[in-house]
Write a protein that binds this ligand. Sequence first.
Ligand code: COA
Ligand code: AMP
Length: 634
Amino acid sequence: MATPLSEEHRESIENPETYWAKAADDCYWYKTCDKILDDSKKPFYKWFKGGITNTCFNALDLHINNGLGEQLALIYDSPVTDTIKQYTYNDLRDEVATFAGVLTDNGVTKGDRVVVYMPMIPEAAIAMLACARIGAVHSVVFGGFASKELATRIDDAKPKVIVSASCGIEVQKVIPYKPLLDEAINLADYKPDKSIILQRWMEKATMDPKRDVDWKDAMAVAIAQECVPIEATDPLYILYTSGTTGQPKGVVRDNGGHMVALKWSMKAVYDVDEGDVFWAASDVGWVVGHSYIVYGPLLKGCTTVLFEGKPVGTPDAGAFWRVISQHKVKTLFTAPTAFRAIKRDDPDAKFLKDYDISSFKALFLAGERSDPDTLKWAETNLKVPVIDHWWQTETGWAIAANCMGIEPLPVKYGSPTKAVPGWNLMVLDQDSQEVPDGDIGTLAVKLPLPPGTLPTLWKNDERFISAYLDEFPGYFTTSDAGFLDEEGYVYVMARTDDIINVAGHRLSTGAMEEILADHPDVAECAVLGVADQLKGQLPMGFLVLKAGASEDHGKIIKEVIASVRERIGPVAAFKIATVVQRLPKTRSGKILRGTIQKIADNEEWNMPATIDDPEILGEMEEVLVNMGYAGARK
Ligand code: COA
Ligand code: AMP
């Protein structure tokens, strides 16, 4: 994209400092910055250097000072516990300020890390905002990760305190979190000083009197804390995301740029205003939850909905319509997989007839490619704009979207529309040259990235450079491949690395391969993502066994499946594996994962010129057909 897409986009690319300075005026600063964009240490950029602010102040206190104290800030809707609880801005600020006191009582000060390992309950948001209030850096870990993954994050973030709950609830299953946390602390080399545990009535955790603090007891005696002035460039949070190995990347988010970009995005991208009800049906453990359950809507003065349920099964495929109707939701943001689940259970959208959803104005989808079928189904039934938008944990907000608050554009199915202001998006070939419109290449963003994106990886500037900046000097690689059409519409086709997307959850097949390879009978292995009608992709494992390995292949398969669940967690959804004689490789020994995936999905594929032994692909095809894939797929 050599030429800007609109007047607004041109302004943001040609004069980024003027553009974002204007957006920053919408936020409260104790001291305005000395430099809008500090580029003195390229390729590291700092937005709003010298500015002093507080994200929690902007998300809560500012609205109260502006007279919105009695407006609803957060609605907790939990069909799994049959609870609905409402918090006004006054209520939420009081809870957050008091929990900030609990953190302070437990030794947390500015710059300390706090890991939050919690289900979808208001206390998760309260803990995050309380950290922001006192300048502590939160790192939320998704509840579906196993102890080992939590331990890896504890070792990297080195939190002074961990905040958790006795359990989560998955539809009808109670998942005890506390034993998972205890095991993680056991596995980690680094030990936090304290764990603050919220006891939920459906599962009481056993407490260790030396380390564990009861949330409610601590709240009863804590003294509410005021907001602490924070440098705009100080970290607000670390969010770990899958890399190409078992070691996740600690994406850092600063305070100032994040606050400015998210508040701006609420109007520009989502077209919501103060007082509107915004619902991101995701989880606080993912970036969508950080940006659009907690920070974005509260910074804008909206009412955010925190939903502890699923699109289906809690109790039925009408759950989303019930929430929209009951809380007068204007805008819903979720992953396409949620809509595929609803469509599967209620193809004619019969449940919709039971609800008045007249408040509802737009549906935004992200986290994975929106398949046109699902998108059209939602459009037809909901009769509102359905907007696919594309972003990543690293970017924190949308790279490409149909910006409803700027200028809604015609939808092209299969495209998340155009680059959002702030993003100088290009499609590059291997030599960092722009490719012609319509040609596929790597989607890369010319530096500097706009505010609110990642300034670096936690304590790892080197990996930040090697993972994102080295491949195309002067650009940030998204690791997504795609193309731009002649009108600048973006098409996101596939990852260029080994990341797969399972039910909108980002997972590393490399991390799964590391686990499979640890099995004593496995000589070699490959994991790749095969297409799945509900979850988009599912991981599938191929095992080549060592000579003399057990003949009981079923047992080996069960064991590797159990290991992935134990070491990564149920969220990996690793349930399909098979034993093969050998794996197809290039002459240089690289496993042809992409070709296997195409065969499995019954897509067109070409015989790779560099293949070592073409016959192996025939063997693979046979194995896949027997498993119900390849030619056995419609
Ligand atoms: N804590 C503990 N376990 C969790 C969990 C959590 N927070 N979240 C998921 N899990 C478990 C699930 O119970 C399931 O376990 P199982 O193998 O024992 O059944 C496993 O992890 C896989 O979960 P999930 O991928 O969510 O599959 P599902 O079959 O339970 O539900 C969907 C499928 C499509 C309904 C669900 O993924 C969904 O609602 N997704 C859409 C929204 C979303 O969260 N998007 C994320 C980014 S926007
Ligand atoms: P995550 O960091 O978990 O948000 O995952 C980001 C990745 O999900 C991106 O790099 C894409 O591969 C994929 N993704 C997210 N949104 C979209 C979208 N709208 N279209 C296509 N892929 C998407």
